[in-house]
Design a protein around this ligand. Sequence first.
Ligand SMILES: NC(=O)c1ccc[n+]([C@@H]2O[C@H](COP(=O)([O-])OP(=O)(O)OC[C@H]3O[C@@H](n4cnc5c(N)ncnc54)[C@H](O)[C@@H]3O)[C@@H](O)[C@H]2O)c1
Length: 458
Amino acid sequence: MNITVIGAGYVGLITASGLAETGHRVICVDDDQGKIDTLNAGGMPFYEPGLGDLVDRNRAAKRLEFISRIEDAVAQCEVIFICVGTPPLEDGEADLSSVELVARRISACARGYHLVIEKSTVPVQTGRRLQKHFSIYGDNSQSHYDVASNPEFLREGSGVEDFFHPDRIVIGVDSKKAAGLLEEVYRPVLEQSFVCPIHDSCGKRPHVPLVVTDINSAELIKHASNSFLAMKISFINMISDLCEAVGADAGKVAQAIGMDSRIGSSFLRPGIGFGGSCFPKDLQAFVRVGQSAGCDFTLLREVERINQRRVDLFVDKIKHELWVLRGKRIGVWGLAFKPRTDDVRSAPALAIIRRLLAEGAVVRAYDPQAMGKAKAQLPGVEYCADAYVVAEGADAVLALTEWEEFLSLDFEKVRTMMARPLIFDGRNMFSRIDMAEHGIEYVDVGSGAQLHNHTPTL
Ligand SMILES: NC(=O)c1ccc[n+]([C@@H]2O[C@H](COP(=O)([O-])OP(=O)(O)OC[C@H]3O[C@@H](n4cnc5c(N)ncnc54)[C@H](O)[C@@H]3O)[C@@H](O)[C@H]2O)c1
């Protein structure tokens, strides 16, 4: 099939190259000419494991091309995916101006039948608005449209794997034709019939479940999924605060409750909270959706409030130990909102660093991938060549993103390099026992019996 993907960001580029790999011919459009030039020159506009190879291979095979004019793509393609950003407005509502602009440009040039698929995360009833838009602005004598929703669930850092082996594919449609086309688009993934580009021996995988629903439900599924995961994180963080206050071990509590198959262990790790380009904004947007529909979404407001407090509580711990921060040398391991990505959008690490800088601390940081993007937002930080350089002369080191390479550091060396061997572990990635063996003071999240804490008796 000939497919247009609009937006060459994390979602658009993974979708475009994944669809090309499964045999479609894909034109990926982005109005950021710099991004298109980078891609056409063989570069990557961001870091995502495995994506560079996928893009190179499919571009070389002429199944994938990059252009900046929507008009040049729409004319050739029946199926169009919208993958542009939907950032939050000041009041938390999703900003749909890029989606609307894309719809305008499609309707200005469309001829014949087009299936327009929203893959961007949008509030429920956006599909209806798009249908109305096309009925008003489309040239109905020359073109007709179906609109569909196909929410994206990929996780940055394993986005390529998630494209090829998703837990499920959700499509929201209101015509048989749209459902048929989307099934055709995804048939190789649904049937797992492609030659797997990421696993050497993928074996015979079971078919991927396809959830076919109305458009409103598909849109809502995405917001509800992300809000639920955010809720799990805030729940365990609330429990971890209690553990610290009463002298219990949040890690063990999380482990044991996660063993209940009705609960599950993922997203139950205490820490400095969720960030990234999706959870915070999707949660806010979903709260706004609930509010405008007259529903009580207080639960999700609390999820958000608990998450915002994570940064304050972590900074309080640092201040408790280091006393005055002005002039203190604080090292930071990890800037990205999670490992295996260079994305720093709403990263807790950046929020924590801003607070430290405001208190006059000298912050030196290292991240394996995200320093380029962080520099643009935090020029006041000294960026270092590796994790050891960060530790040199530091009064404390903060571990803020759980990159695998931090796990294999030589902690004897780290201890001798630091002015005060003290690690604040915002992701609970290290072992308290290991740190004690290396003579390093260690503060994690959710352990009741820590050096900063004098456990009260209730
Ligand atoms: N990043 C994720 O992990 C993820 C996962 C699931 C869903 N989503 C959702 O997918 C959408 C895209 O997210 P992303 O992270 O890929 O965003 P992104 O910012 O990385 O990419 C968006 C791209 O769209 C381009 N764009 C904007 N307006 C355009 C226009 N008018 N014409 C052509 N291109 C245009 C931008 O230049 C940019 O390259 C958002 O709604 C997001 O919530 C993201």
